[in-house]
Ligand binder design. Sequence first.
Ligand SMILES: [Fe+2]
Length: 354
Amino acid sequence: MRRIKLDQIQEGTMLAKTIMTLEGKILLSSGVTLNAEHIKRLQTNGITEIYIEDEISKDIHVPDFIRDEITTEAKLLVKKMMTNTSIRTSIDGRKVMEIVDKILESILANGDIIANLSDIRSVDDYTFSHSVNVCIYSLVIGIGLEYSSDRLRELGVGSLLHDIGKVRIPQSILKKPGKLTPDEFDEIKRHAYYGYEILKNTNGLNMTAAYIALEHHERIDGSGYPYQLKKNSIHKAAKIVAVSDVYDALTSNRVYRKKMAPHEVIDYITSRALHYFDPDIVDTFIRYVAYYPVGAAVILNNGEKGLVSKYNKHVPTCPVVRVVTGENGKMLSKHKEIDLSENPKYWIVKVWDI
Ligand SMILES: [Fe+2]
């Protein structure tokens, strides 16, 4: 299977991964042959990319890093907490911990922990998917840093709720389509403090969650907010969430910006490791996140195009590539697989957007 933009889809293509709504209902099941009505339904639901199975992507398996029903349950829980308009936000600490435990179990069930989140999300449910993804990436980093199960759980809870303070920001500012005024931007920034206030007063939650909400926008050179904290004065868990937060935000489509490819975001984060982020955390993160996700389309240095068909755990920048078009741009009658880690003559020059 491979990932493809919805506007490139032709009728008659087979859907390879089930698409769920935020409410946990099936929008379209895998195996369906897409017709015009299906494609329209996906568009109306704000879906911009899907996984398909076709001749060139046959037998390429994109693993589910986290089981769909768990991410759906987590998104719904976050949605419930973040759309609670009552002044006192009610957070059920026990429920949050239960879902964090499920996410953790699901991550650990992967033999090799290489985070490749193959979720298909609609642009409308960004905030909720984002919270869940930040939780997943933060836990992956925590596992990489050999955190104890108690510390992982604290990290998981805080990362899932890192933006909970946004519940106190008016929707008119959060959803404003145009540019924010400096005052509005200041108000958005206050979500960090609001989150701290909410979480420190929530029964059953450790203070780590409150510090994550408060400090996840701090940067180690003091250029962050709200307190311009530096290096070791920032809570370690908040420094982990800072990396996951930026990674997930930049790899997602937003109304005002197109998403970047995972390898571009990894390069972005690595190049700022000394200024913004904790270098040890960045090091751990890049060991466990997919540089070129399986199913991504790539162009090699000789002009051939193909699909990433397998990871190389030890050399993330050199996956196995299934070449499908030759140097002349013509489809090959028979695909060939090149393991880039064993063929130094070839390397990826670009992710081919299809
Ligand atoms: Fe935030």
